[in-house]
Design a protein around this ligand. Structure first.
Ligand code: UGA
Length: 468
């Protein structure tokens, strides 16, 4: 099909590239000319595993093109709106970019076409969009509005596109549902060559869920808010574990075995970040308020999350006594591994507080240093974790990048001022890291005890510790 994707951010570009990969002819638009130029040269302006190669392959095959919004929507059979909906001061989503795109579509699109709202928007936005499209429509245009929320996670977005659990579509006409089914047919039937995994074993046909547009819009906000709630819940359980001498990793093991709870999203730490959960929880609270429902449960979720950094800093302070003048290495800047995104990253907030307290901070991240530098220039960014750890009084883990699990423990103990690791992501096995001579503080877990009985000789050779 002839498809346009408006917005070349994380969601839009991934969607455009993956739709081209499954055989559609895709025109992707953005109002940032510099970004379009970069993309036309085959360069992706952010880090997402596999994305650049998919973009390059499909551009070369002529299935993916980058154009202005006006050019991209003309003659399209399906137009995906993937522009940003950033938070305003009152927590509500700013829908101005969505509204502008709607007007351009109304004026430039032709014939009968699908207009698919993929940006995360408050419930009932579809109805407003439909009205805008009707009000400004050029002669002969007939738009069928669809809500099709995305469930892509940064860092595994390609896999999530090709192997989703479910595809949700909120429609007003059977024709729209049929058309969208056609768009996604290769994914629904899992009949494509998987670009992310050779000999892919992830194949399971996703559920196809057809609803009305309001329900579809709510599915997105309710899903993200529920996941955020799970994280804040387990963070409180972790605090309780510390207070009463229990171990949160054992508690989550026992809880997660219940299929009604499940083991995912029960990792405690320094809190959730990124451009989705924090803004979506806020927006959902506002949506509920406006609809006359008091969703104060979610206000608690936010409050707990905000407090995670203070609590983590308190752990560091308990070990170092004063922070002013202490050398601290922070490993990890991105809001989670496998991305260079630092928006609302807990690591960035952590750095801010440390700098404010007068600590001498060195930071390392495999991908996100450039983006972190742009928001926090007063930190020393290092080319390796060892450079960051040189002379450090403490090493703090803020993002659980896999490479941190393979650090050379002997080298680290040799170069630090004090072998102290405060782990905000529970990456390491407490007994093994302690056996290598580190003081190890994590979240909601007990320090290594004699009962753990791990001798350095039994720990994995040459690496700091084995991931849980
Ligand atoms: C999230 C959702 O998981 C996606 O389904 C959704 O499509 C996306 O938002 C979106 O709305 O666009 P994402 O923000 O990329 O995806 O990242 P997640 O993997 O969900 O992680 C979010 C944050 O929660 C990270 O800071 C992560 O470190 C934290 N987290 C996650 C925890 O602290 N504990 C956990 O157990 C899981």
């Amino acid at each position: 099909m002839k498809i346009s994707v408006i917005g070349a951010g994380y969601v839009g570009l991934t969607t455009a590239a993956c739709l081209a990969e499954i055989g559609h002819s895709v025109r992707c638009a953005d109002n940032d000319e510099a970004k379009l130029d970069l993309l036309r040269k085959g360069r992706v302006p952010f880090y997402e595993p596999h994305l650049e190669e998919i973009v390059a392959r499909n551009c070369a095959a002529g299935r993916l093109k980058f154009e202005t919004t006006e050019d991209a929507v003309a003659g399209s059979e399906a137009i995906f709106i993937c522009v940003g909906t950033p938070p305003m001061d009152n927590g509500e989503a700013d829908l101005s970019a969505v509204a502008n795109v709607a007007r351009t579509i109304a004026q430039q699109a032709t014939g009968r076409c699908l207009v698919i709202e993929k940006s995360t928007v408050p419930v009932q936005t579809g109805q407003q969009l439909k009205r805008q499209l009707q009000l400004y429509a050029a002669k002969g245009l007939r738009c069928d509005l669809v809500s099709n929320p995305e469930f892509l996670r940064e860092g595994s977005a390609i896999n999530d596109f090709f192997h989703p659990d479910r595809i949700v579509v909120g429609v007003e006409t059977d024709w729209a549902a049929e058309q969208l089914r056609e768009v996604y047919r290769p994914v629904l039937e899992q009949s494509f060559d998987c670009p992310a995994h050779k000999d892919c074993t992830h194949r399971r046909n996703p559920a196809w869920i057809v609803t009305d547009t309001n329900s579809s819009e709510l599915i997105k906000h309710a899903s993200n808010s529920f996941l955020a709630m799970k994280i804040s819940f387990i963070n409180m359980v972790a605090d309780l574990c510390e207070a009463v001498g229990a171990d949160v990793s054992k508690v989550t093991l026992g809880m997660g075995m219940d299929p009604r709870i499940g083991p995912a999203f029960l990792n405690p730490g320094i809190g959730f970040g990124g451009f989705c959960f924090p803004k979506d929880v806020q927006a959902f609270v506002r949506i509920a308020e406006k609809a006359g429902c008091d969703f104060s449960l979610l206000k608690e979720v936010e409050k707990i999350n905000k407090h995670r950094i203070d609590r983590f800093i308190e752990k560091v302070r308990q070990e170092l006594w004063v922070l002013r003048g202490r050398k601290i290495a922070v490993l990890g800047l991105a809001f989670k591994p496998n991305t260079d995104d630092v928006r609302f990253a807990p690591a960035i907030e952590l750095l801010r507080v440390l700098v404010h307290e007068g600590a001498i901070v060195s930071a390392y991240d495999p991908q996100a240093a450039e983006k972190a530098k742009a928001v926090l220039p007063d930190v020393r960014y290092c080319a390796s974790p060892y450079e960051a750890a040189q002379g450090a009084d403490a090493i703090l883990i803020a993002t659980e990048w896999e490479e941190f699990g393979n650090l050379d423990g002997d080298e680290l103990t040799r170069i630090v001022a004090r072998p102290l690791v405060v782990d905000g992501r529970n990456m390491f096995n407490p007994a093994e890291i302690a056996a290598r001579g580190f003081t190890y503080i994590s979240i909601g877990r007990q320090p290594a005890s004699d009962a753990d009985d791990v001798h350095p000789a039994h720990a994995a050779p040459d690496v700091l510790a084995v991931r849980k």
